[in-house]
Design a protein around this ligand. Structure first.
Ligand SMILES: Cc1cc2nc3c(=O)[nH]c(=O)nc-3n(C[C@H](O)[C@H](O)[C@H](O)COP(=O)(O)O)c2cc1C
Length: 184
């Protein structure tokens, strides 16, 4: 039985579960909730696909349509939180991040790796969120011009585990991910 007071092992668990989401479509971390703040200061949360996770750079990556409302929000406030509930590990993972928006020539190489069937997620006419007269009054453009990569630099990781007795810890980039226990 591993030491429940081992902060480093707890962080290892968090990264294991997170990186699994990139490789395994059925892993909980495949579909984080991605929360931003609207220009009006209101919360906005939506499901996304986790495209990359790197412990060495302390970052995760999400792909999106450049015409979506989250881009307007991120340009006004670059902070986003990603949240995962991993039922198997009984672990909630919260990543507080600062996001950089990449588009155009910078993401041309990544666009080449997007399968044809997935390209339709990028670009829509009219733009995503526009009111339309019926459910299908839109066109998907599958356009490289709208393909957008969100690089999310992780500032803080909070782990909460619902194994008795519950455990919660916060790890911050600013203190070299040393971490500290918190009351759950
Ligand atoms: C399972 C699932 C996966 C999704 N993956 C993504 C994604 O990777 N990127 C994305 O921008 N939207 C994704 N969406 C759609 C978003 O949840 C959201 O509806 C869309 O991005 C518009 O959000 P916004 O108007 O707040 O920007 C996904 C939705 C579901 C249900």
């Amino acid at each position: 039985m591993s030491d429940p007071n081992d902060l480093a092992a707890f962080l290892d668990l968090g990264w294991q579960r997170l990186t699994r989401g990139v490789a395994d479509r059925r892993a909980a971390a495949r579909h984080p909730v991605f929360a931003t703040v609207s220009p009006d200061g209101l919360p906005e949360a939506r499901t996304v696909v986790l495209r990359a996770a790197s412990r060495s750079t302390g970052s995760v990556e999400v792909h999106t349509d450049g015409g979506s409302d989250k881009i307007t929000s991120l340009r006004a406030n670059p902070h986003a939180q990603l949240m995962i509930w991993d039922e198997k590990a009984k672990l909630q993972i919260r990543l507080s991040t600062t996001v950089t928006v990449h588009q155009g020539p910078e993401v041309a190489d990544k666009w080449q790796t997007v399968p044809d069937g997935s390209r339709m997620a990028y670009g829509a006419s009219p733009k995503p969120g526009t009111p339309i007269p019926n459910a299908h009054a839109y066109e998907k453009l599958a356009s490289r011009d709208w393909f957008t990569v969100l690089s999310c630099r992780i500032d803080k990781i909070e782990l909460m585990q619902l194994v008795e007795p519950h455990r919660r810890a916060v790890f911050q980039a600013s203190d070299a991910w040393q971490g500290e226990w918190r009351v759950p």
